[in-house]
Design a protein around this ligand. Structure first.
Ligand SMILES: [Zn+2]
Length: 275
């Protein structure tokens, strides 16, 4: 039985000279592994619509627990992402994380929309790559079940602060007073010093954030899907701090390292860490 799906090609693995297996993210079925026979032939009608990062309508059929591609029509290929290395490197990282946090036969409507929005933003250069990346990381973490609580101080409930003590590991924040009087934090910091954790090599347990960084985080998490890139970070340091805390947050909660992220940093015009 054939089925029509719309999905984005997140990964591709060559099989022999002409075939490939694609990892396709769909709204209704989550992540699917689809075998595309002959798709690597330049003259194949499947060639264009099965390129990595392509969003396509596909007809697939299932046979003995595998999906096979029958037809594919390109909807959008975001080709302008390839115009700059930082853009294509970021797309590679986003595809990698999306493939990692999605599962087969589980609705992925929100994740698919997020990836499409990010690819659109990269190809149209709507915002700096560092900002697109940060928004993606915070929202992807939330979709994966690690939504931080950025509403109010975990101690006293204050929400508007001059400085935010964001607890990366717990996804909560405190005001300065609650931070200084919380014995558990002192303990946690002391523990981390004696037992350095690989995840924290690029990160921090408690990040001190300015109101503008924190506002950007709140916007990234709580705004509607179609508005995620409608804020601007005019100050360079704010952008850097936002990018750094978002990355730390995602890596801390997914407990992974991504080679595509390393590659992004090597080609990024933005320094990896700004003190
Ligand atoms: Zn407080």
């Amino acid at each position: 039985m054939t089925e029509t799906i719309k999905g984005i090609v997140l990964r591709e693995t060559a099989v022999g000279d002409y075939d490939k297996i694609m990892t396709v993210l769909t709204a209704d079925h989550g992540k699917l592994s689809v075998f595309a026979r002959g798709a690597k032939r330049l003259k194949s009608p499947l060639f264009t619509a099965t390129q990595i990062f392509s969003y396509s309508e596909m007809t697939i059929y299932r046979s003995s627990n595998h999906y096979y591609l029958r037809t594919a029509d390109l909807i959008e290929n975001f080709y302008r992402m390839r115009d700059y290395l930082e853009g294509s490197a970021l797309a590679g990282y986003i595809a990698d994380v999306a493939a990692d946090i999605s599962v087969e036969n589980q609705d992925a409507t929100e994740l698919l929309r997020l990836v499409l929005n990010c690819f659109h933003a990269i190809s149209q250069r709507i915002r700096p790559p560092a900002q697109i990346k940060g928004v993606f990381e915070l929202r992807a973490s939330s979709i994966a079940g690690f939504m931080p609580n950025l509403v109010a101080c975990a101690g006293c409930g204050n929400s508007d602060l001059e400085i935010y003590y964001f607890d990366v590991t717990d996804g909560i924040f405190r005001c300065e007073e609650c931070y200084r009087t919380d014995a558990l934090i002192a303990e946690k910091l002391a523990q981390r010093q004696s037992e350095p954790d690989a995840i924290y090599q690029t990160g921090t347990v408690i990040a001190l954030l300015s109101p503008s960084v924190f506002a950007a985080m709140r916007f990234s998490i709580y705004s509607r899907a179609q508005r995620i890139f409608s804020f601007e970070l005019k100050d360079h340091q704010t952008l850097m701090d936002f990018a750094k805390v978002a990355e730390n947050y995602l890596l801390c909660h997914l407990e992974k390292n991504y080679s595509t992220l390393e590659f992004y940093h090597t080609v990024s015009e933005v320094p990896k860490s700004v003190k």
